[in-house]
Design a protein around this ligand. Structure first.
Ligand code: 13P
Ligand code: SF4
Length: 333
């Protein structure tokens, strides 16, 4: 028997989620940008690359994916025989929205000599049109394995693509998408924090624009930012990525101070991902109870999208995600 969700609160809700998880033989995967209460009950919390690896390797029957839709779709593509549920199917991504498959196909057709190196933050249909998928922690090592004279289309994040192009000197055609969250970080607010905490290093995600990344001591994926924050000798760290990751930092290094860089004029919640925020414990409970909403994709799209995803897993190897420690090599915008 399952209880109606409105009658469940606190410990009861957690106990019911745990019971359903066992009954369904489910694994709960969560991204670092999820609410703390979701991170705390997940079996695994990680960045996009590690979550893909977990999804590919799990022997659970059900993957309850607490993240956004493109991540749950990736899990389904890599483990097509599993049931993959997402607590809220509206949990999308501005990068995915910026890149409709028909426009991406036309762009590819206009540049037939280019290969498409595509950020994992895109739809399954765009993955199916791509040659290699990358995440922020694997893009650099994958790029190093592509011959220097090979022309490349990079989409949909122009800031990650621009960062890689500046860092490696590669000439890449960039799709003009942005992450609305990382785009919103304010340089003015960051400079105020740096003046207030002159010894605190800045760790930034490469989805941030150059005027943020150029101030960072570390540029890397969420996992790289987390590792840097924990091992840094500084007791205060300025964090330029979605602030829910600070939950893991505080758990791992309770004596340190982690300060999220504000977005906008410093008074908005625009440094928080509105898509990630759609997932709640109540919706996770309902999804485990009903096995809905569930990811359904056409077998043809999945077969085509699996090829560049498996290339990524092969090319990324096992030891990536350190980020770039030290001043970013490139400045300016
Ligand atoms: P990573 O966790 O791979 O760094 O990705 C960040 C992100 O924006 C996910 O949406
Ligand atoms: Fe997409 Fe940005 Fe949200 Fe990540 S943080 S899911 S890139 S909108």
């Amino acid at each position: 028997m399952t209880a109606p969700v409105h009658s469940l609160k606190g410990a009861d809700l957690l106990a019911e989620i745990d019971r359903l998880k066992r009954e369904r033989n489910a694994v709960i995967l969560a991204h670092y940008y999820q609410k703390p209460e979701i991170q705390d009950l997940a079996d695994f919390v990680g960045d996009s690359l590690d979550l893909s690896r977990k999804a590919a390797a799990t022997d659970a029957d059900v993957i309850a994916f607490c993240g956004v839709r493109f991540m749950a779709e990736t899990a389904k593509i890599l483990s097509p025989e599993k049931t993959v549920i997402l607590p809220d199917m509206d949990a999308g991504c501005s990068l995915e929205d910026s890149c409709p498959p028909d426009q991406f196909a036309a762009f590819r057709a206009a540049h037939p000599d280019h290969i498409a190196l595509t950020y994992i933050n895109c739809s399954a249909a765009v993955k199916a049109l791509s040659d290699v998928i990358v995440t922020s922690s694997s893009a650099d090592i994958i790029l190093q394995q592509i011959p220097k004279d090979q022309p490349i289309i990079f989409g949909p994040d122009r800031h990650l693509g621009g960062y890689l192009a500046r860092k490696t000197g590669r000439d890449m055609l960039l799709w003009p998408g942005v992450c609305i969250v990382h785009q919103a970080f304010s340089e003015t607010e960051l400079l105020k924090l740096k003046a207030q905490y002159p010894d605190a290093p800045v760790a930034a995600h490469p989805e941030c624009p150059p005027h943020i990344v150029d101030h960072a001591e570390l540029v890397g994926s969420t996992k790289a930012i987390l590792d840097f924050a924990i091992r840094s000798p500084s007791d205060t760290i300025l964090v330029a990525t979605e602030p829910h990751i600070i939950h893991q930092m505080e758990k791992a290094a309770p004596d340190k101070t982690f300060i999220g860089v504000p977005g906008g004029d410093g008074n908005c919640n625009c440094n928080m991902c509105p898509y990630m925020a759609l997932n709640t414990l109540e919706k996770l409970y309902v999804a485990l109870r009903d096995l809905e909403p569930r990811i359904e994709l056409s077998p043809e799209i999945m077969d085509r999208a699996r090829v560049p995803l498996e290339r990524m897993l092969g090319m990324a190897g096992r030891t990536v995600g350190q980020g770039d420690v030290g001043r970013p090599v490139i400045g300016g915008s």
